[in-house]
Ligand binder design. Structure first.
Ligand code: NDP
Ligand code: 8X3
Length: 254
């Protein structure tokens, strides 16, 4: 796996930054995008000795900005081989009847619509060249319900099913689509979910050995490294310290 042009959304932190390091070490050419430019610039400085890096400040919710960014890529970065649809977030853990509707909007706009925009803009080139790989970051939350997962889990279920439906549309091409469903991983994710409350965020991982961003990067590396005729459809992974719970049952107190 080298010499590929890789477009990563949400490269300023967590899984996206770890994947950028992994792809750079493999000798690939990277387009790194996120809203925050400072971390992207630091990553560019860190990785430039090993790989060609192009950074773009980009909010994936902004459809025109996504289109514009992709249309105005420098010539050397135009032939995208791998799209890592990673940008995303959870906001809040309140039950559905108490949650902020703005938070629901933001999750839908980012996790669903942002991923749609990037896919729709980059996919035609892949189909035309008859090669490419889209890797979508879903979540265990898209497969398994939990209290407070309401819209976040719904957006990730969209990502999983959208990935499968893309495969149907792409049958007969050599464009691959893979979907990764990680469980609890320690990144900035919980800090974002709990709006900067570091103690609440740290509590999520307390006493456990969660997945790391590097574990996800290694999973992405493995998926991309498969022979071209092998398509990894869906891959779910969890920390050894996480598993499913029993059904919850409400009982009247008599
Ligand atoms: P982080 O919060 O560490 O990173 C999220 C990244 O997404 C940041 O780079 C952030 O960049 C970017 N991002 C958020 N909103 C936007 C936006 N509107 N436009 C562009 N970029 C955006 O979290 P993770 O690395 O953990 O999360 C990455 C993905 O993995 C997400 O889709 C998340 O849902 C998913 N996931 C996370 C798990 C976990 O437990 N950590 C488990 C399963 C899935 P910036 O703020 O600079 O825009
Ligand atoms: C992130 C994992 O369990 O916090 O997608 O929803 S979880």
């Amino acid at each position: 796996m080298n010499g590929k042009t890789v477009f990563i959304t949400g490269a300023s932190a967590g899984f996206g930054a770890a994947c950028a390091r992994m792809f750079a070490a493999g000798g690939n050419r990277l387009i790194l995008t996120a809203r925050r430019i400072d971390p992207l610039q630091h990553l560019q400085e860190e990785l430039s000795p090993h790989a060609e890096i192009h950074i773009i400040p980009l909010d994936v919710c902004d459809r025109e900005a996504v289109q514009g960014a992709i249309e105005s890529l420098p010539e050397r970065f135009r032939t995208i081989d791998v799209l890592l649809n990673n940008a995303g977030l959870a906001l809040g853990l309140e039950p559905a009847h108490q949650v902020s509707l703005d938070d629901w909007d933001t999750m839908v706009d980012t996790n669903i619509k942002g991923l749609m925009y990037c896919t729709r803009c980059i996919l035609p080139g892949m189909v035309e060249r008859n090669r490419g790989h889209i890797i979508n970051i879903s979540s265990t939350a898209g497969a398994w319900p939990y209290p407070g997962g309401n819209v976040y889990g719904g957006t990730k279920a969209f990502v999983t099913q959208f990935s499968r439906n893309l495969r149907c549309d792409l049958l007969g091409t050599r464009v691959r689509v893979s979907c990764i469903q990680p469980g609890m991983a320690e990144t900035e994710f919980s800090k974002v979910r709990f709006k900067g409350d570091e103690a609440q965020a740290a509590n999520v991982y307390r006493g456990t050995e969660p997945l790391t961003a590097e574990d996800i990067a290694e999973t992405v590396r493995w998926i991309v490294s498969q022979p071209p005729h092998v398509n990894i459809n869906t891959l779910e992974l969890m920390s050894i310290d996480q598993t499913w719970g029993p059904f919850a049952i409400h009982r009247e107190q008599k």
